[in-house]
Ligand binder design. Structure first.
Ligand code: GLU
Length: 447
């Protein structure tokens, strides 16, 4: 088996040698899915996984735009249309200076499995740009988004490819992107998700990734007779996912100890309550400030510059910032300090070494493609509402989200339970996600 996995990875590395994040994401899937393929005849000899790691289409384009001083800038735009076996391409857009083909290919690859897990008919895609919205005026962001959509519009559509937000792309950016799509195509359709409430957006979509992560973690905890009540929770990040993960964990009676951004983390020994969280939301979403300002305002908090929060003693850890933010040493510290559950709100925040430590320590560990699938699942619900031209209530969407997260949890347990009873959620998520897409690809033939 080792030799089979190595031969497969050698081929992936030959083709994508300069894309470390993509190779990392594929390696994790190969290690769990290749043994499954070997045991299931229908997948033998079909090169299914090799077909899955090659994007169906990879689009790269120039985005030229003018800043407030009249200077011209050039950024690179991308859309990776990874797999459409079970539905239109679906996945977010990321605007961040670190964006490149490797990052977007890893995200698009993960998205295929994640979307499959949601039980909804969505293929996988991802896109974005190396544009940095930080420090830009609203007008500059608008001009960039309009220029970006001037090209992207010809590659997407409500039945073809439906982008949404990710890091650096929130309600403001989705608004500008939607406006330009509508103008060019003269169509008011559900071509993007994460839209504003008054123009086709779904209730609960802003909350969905964070809420879903906590719903998933709650299901995991319940398998061991535990829940969030009275638990100490460490969260990284302070954007959309972190904010609503914190809100839901608070609702379930937990104490939130930390939040972070790229400059460091804050540790509030009294806990971040609803009022303090409202301050963070205003600081990050409206004032676009830094998390260090929290420690200036609340004396119970300390700001740790340039550090991550994983050495803070906790029961539950929710990495909600970005890829590879939690390494093997961090994982060792979490396990040593008694952490019993780690659920990823971000995409691939734990390194392979960190995942190894969690599995060795036999603690509950959920990979992002399972635990953060609530965001895209609710995007799927937004697409359904747009197609039906109706709008479901908050309670209805929240209930559907909860049900989907429970279904994903059950699928992971179905395929991930080891002989000793320990659930390997990584294996479970990869195999469950794979089976649905692979079966559709088999049915559709070699294309
Ligand atoms: N960017 C989110 C994710 O990583 C959401 C994508 C979407 O809603 O399409 O799943």
């Amino acid at each position: 088996m080792e030799a089979k996995i190595k031969a497969f990875m050698d081929e992936v590395k030959t083709r994508n040698g300069h894309e470390p994040e993509f190779i990392q994401a594929v390696q994790e899937v190969a290690e769990t899915v290749i043994p499954y393929i070997a045991k299931h005849k229908i997948y033998n000899g079909k090169n299914i996984l090799l077909r899955m790691v090659e994007p169906e289409r990879l689009i790269s384009f120039r985005v030229a735009w003018v800043d407030d001083d009249g200077d011209i800038h050039v950024n690179r735009g991308y859309r990776i249309q990874m797999n459409s076996a079970i539905g239109p391409y679906k996945g977010g857009l990321r605007f961040h200076p670190t964006v490149n083909a490797s990052i977007l290919k890893f995200l698009a690859f993960e998205q295929v499995f994640k979307n499959s897990l949601t039980t909804l008919p969505m293929g996988g895609g991802k896109g974005g740009s190396d544009f940095d919205p930080k420090g830009k005026s609203d007008d500059e962001v608008m001009r960039f988004c309009h220029a970006f959509m001037l090209e992207l519009n010809r590659h997407i559509g409500p039945n073809t490819d439906v982008p949404a937000g990710d890091i650096g792309v929130g309600a403001r950016e989705i608004g500008f992107l939607f406006g330009m799509y509508k103008k060019i195509r003269n169509e008011f359709t559900g071509v993007l998700t994460g839209k504003g409430r008054s123009w086709g957006g779904s209730l609960i979509r802003p909350e969905a990734t964070g809420y879903g992560t906590v719903y998933f973690a709650q299901s995991m905890m319940q398998t061991n007779g535990m829940d969030f009540k009275g638990k100490d929770v460490v969260i990284s990040g302070s954007g959309n996912v972190a904010q609503y993960a914190a809100e839901k964990a608070l609702h379930l009676g937990a104490k939130i100890l930390t939040l972070s951004d790229s400059q460091g983390y804050i540790h509030d020994t009294d806990g971040i309550d609803e009022e303090k969280l409202a301050y963070v939301m205003d600081l990050k979403n409206n004032k676009r400030g830094r998390i260090s300002e929290y420690a200036d305002k609340y004396s119970s908090a300390t700001f740790y510059k340039g550090e991550t929060p994983w050495t803070v003693k906790c029961d539950i850890a929710l990495p909600c910032a970005t890829q590879n933010e939690l390494d093997g040493e961090d994982a060792k510290a979490l396990v040593k300090n008694g952490c019993v559950c780690v659920a990823e709100g971000a995409n691939m925040p734990s390194t392979p070494e960190a995942i190894h430590e969690f599995h060795e320590g036999k603690i509950l560990f959920a990979p992002g493609k399972a635990s953060n699938a609530g965001g895209v699942a609710t995007s799927g619900l937004e697409m359904s509402q747009n197609s039906l031209r109706i709008s479901w209530s908050r309670e209805e969407v929240d209930q559907r989200l909860k049900d989907i997260m429970e279904d994903i949890h059950d699928s992971c347990v179905k395929y991930g339970k080891d002989d000793d009873g320990y659930c390997n959620y990584v294996k479970g998520a990869n195999i469950a996600g794979f089976v649905k897409v692979a079966d559709a690809m088999l049915a559709q033939g070699v294309i």
